[in-house]
Design a protein around this ligand. Structure first.
Ligand code: ADP
Ligand code: MG
Length: 242
């Protein structure tokens, strides 16, 4: 077992104009867990993921992946280190097939064409996308696009997968496919940060959680502890969207 945390975030901060979106956020996670990042709308979760994946540069604070500081790396460099990001708004290439989307994602992370074909076939089967394998990705349902995006992130198994509300507005059957996919990868030792408002899924997937409110971490620990924390309950009760 590696005693060094896989991910360590120290005093991360980000301001947009007068809005302190992320305020001195610190947490760490060991390798191999599914960490839940929860909190009401606008609490700064997406902004934290944007900084973790190099899309936004933090104003202040540091991010470490094991012993390496990654705070100033670009998304492409982070992807090479195995930090992969799934977006709240799905991103696929709409005018090529689902299968070709996977092949391109494989190429982007340096997987050979031959190997990409094999992995893509496997992922298509696992994600139950066979009926739409050769359909333009733009014609897929919202849930199918999310599943495809999952596949695109897993053409080369990431060291750390960052998922931003993957279950939102997804058909329950596809949600179940996603949960199964995440749990299978988790059992193989993979690590995830999952942002979700779906508390039953958070309870099912995550052993540990970090809860944010108004840019700050208000609770962290086991999922059970965090979800029963008074400040967390109060933060959620004040939010109309949950
Ligand atoms: N690119 C941006 N420009 C300006 N304000 C932003 C931007 N992204 C997020 N914000 C603001 O930062 C705060 C946190 O947003 P966000 O990280 O999206 O929260 P969450 O994902 O928890 O709903 C919100 O007040 C939001 O309006
Ligand atoms: Mg968000």
């Amino acid at each position: 077992m590696n005693s060094l945390p896989l991910l360590k975030v120290e005093n991360l901060s980000k301001r947009f104009g007068g809005n302190q979106a992320v305020d001195q956020v610190s947490f760490e996670m060991p390798e191999g867990i599914i960490l839940g990042l929860i909190g009401p709308n606008g609490s700064g979760k997406t902004t934290v993921l944007n900084m973790l994946s190099g899309i936004l540069r933090a104003d202040d604070g540091k991010i470490f992946l094991e012993e390496q500081e990654i705070s100033k790396l670009k998304p492409s460099a982070l992807a090479r280190l195995g930090v992969m990001r799934m977006f709240q708004m799905t991103r696929v290439f709409p005018r090529i097939s689902s299968f070709d989307n996977l092949l391109i994602a494989g190429q982007a992370v340096g997987v050979s064409f031959k190997e990409s074909v094999e992995i893509a076939d496997q992922l298509i089967a696992e994600l139950e996308l066979e009926p739409v394998k050769f359909l333009d990705a733009g014609l897929l349902s919202g849930g199918q696009k999310k599943l495809l995006e999952f596949g695109m992130c897993f053409m080369r198994s990431p060291k750390l997968a960052l998922l931003d509300e993957p279950f939102a507005a997804v058909h329950p059957q596809m949600r179940a496919t996603m949960v199964k996919f995440i749990l299978e990868r988790h059992h193989q030792g993979h690590s995830f940060v999952v942002v979700s408002h779906d508390m039953p899924i958070v309870q099912q997937l995550c052993t540990e959680c970090v809860c944010m409110n108004a840019g700050k971490v208000i609770a962290q620990g086991t999922t059970k502890e965090v979800l029963s924390n008074d400040q967390v309950i109060e933060a959620y009760l004040g939010d109309d969207h949950v």
